[in-house]
Write a protein that binds this ligand. Structure first.
Ligand SMILES: *[C@@H]1O[C@H](CO)[C@@H](O)[C@H](O)[C@H]1NC(C)=O
Length: 253
């Protein structure tokens, strides 16, 4: 389905942001394992083939591929400093364990191929993302890795639409971070004129609830940059993400 996407790169402050225009939004429904974006980090340097780092990375990915599908999230570390590698993977909250497993089965070899020697990298699909790094990033908000997606269609009343989008996502943030919701995930809908607005928010589960809230509040604040007056939009990061659309996109189990 990659033919239904066109993309445009924009470079913002220290974030390489990518806006993919969803031209045929409805036909994307059901194509949930679409590749979205990846980034190989140069900051942490590189490793060589057959090095301890590479063997730790492979072991990390095996572990994540095994553990993540059953509950949609896991962190893992392999090896000892200076060859230690840390990683996590998160599946979308509505992905079944088989969708989650098949997403990882695609994502892991793909990131190995796209970032063959980078000590850190991240890859996103619709159903999951996988991140690894030589630094211990667990529990902290990832401000480096982030991109935007939006629907090219404009709404007729951008100011009130943006306000309603923000209100829905802020409400979902409260739900996702309420005590006891350790999935740090929420979806919901609200009326928007005669139509409906649908939303989803999710954080990686290594974050505390308050940190998740801070992450989501931060990206919700980016609505004017990512998707001002657009019928659909997403800010997708390494710690949290949101999506809104004017059509239902969450799978019902
Ligand atoms: C949406 O609005 C922007 C800014 O006014 C304009 O450049 C763009 O062409 C519009 N897109 C569509 C699909 O009408």
């Amino acid at each position: 389905m990659s033919s239904s996407y066109s993309s445009k790169r924009i470079v913002s402050v220290s974030v390489l942001a990518l806006a993919i225009q969803l031209l045929l939004i409805h036909s994307v429904l059901g194509q949930d394992n679409a590749f979205l974006y990846h980034k190989c980090s140069d900051i942490e340097g590189s490793f060589t083939s057959k090095s301890p780092y590479e063997s730790n990375l492979d072991s990390l990915f095996r572990h994540l591929s095994y553990r993540v599908p059953s509950n949609g999230f896991a962190t893992s570390s392999a090896g000892k400093t200076p060859d230690k590698v840390n990683g996590l993977s998160l599946c979308r909250g509505d992905a079944s364990s088989s969708d989650c497993g098949s997403c990882l089965a695609t994502a892991v070899p793909e990131i190995r191929q796209r970032c063959p020697n980078n000590k850190a990298g991240i890859i996103w699909y619709d159903n999951c993302f996988v991140k690894y790094s030589s630094t211990d990033f667990f529990g902290k908000i990832d401000y480096e890795n982030k991109f935007y997606l939006y629907n090219v269609k404009n709404v007729s009343d951008p100011a009130s639409f943006n306000a309603q989008t923000r209100a829905l996502l802020t409400d979902l943030t409260k739900k996702a971070t309420a005590g006891g919701n350790r999935k740090l995930y929420a979806t919901g809908e609200q009326s928007y004129g005669e139509k409906k607005l649908y939303g989803l928010v999710q954080c990686t589960r290594d974050l505390r609830s308050e940190t998740c809230k801070a992450c989501l509040d931060g990206i919700i604040g980016e609505i004017p940059n990512c998707c001002d007056g657009k019928e659909g939009g997403r800010v997708v990061g390494g710690s949290c993400n949101f999506r809104y659309e004017i059509y239902p996109f969450v799978k019902v189990a």
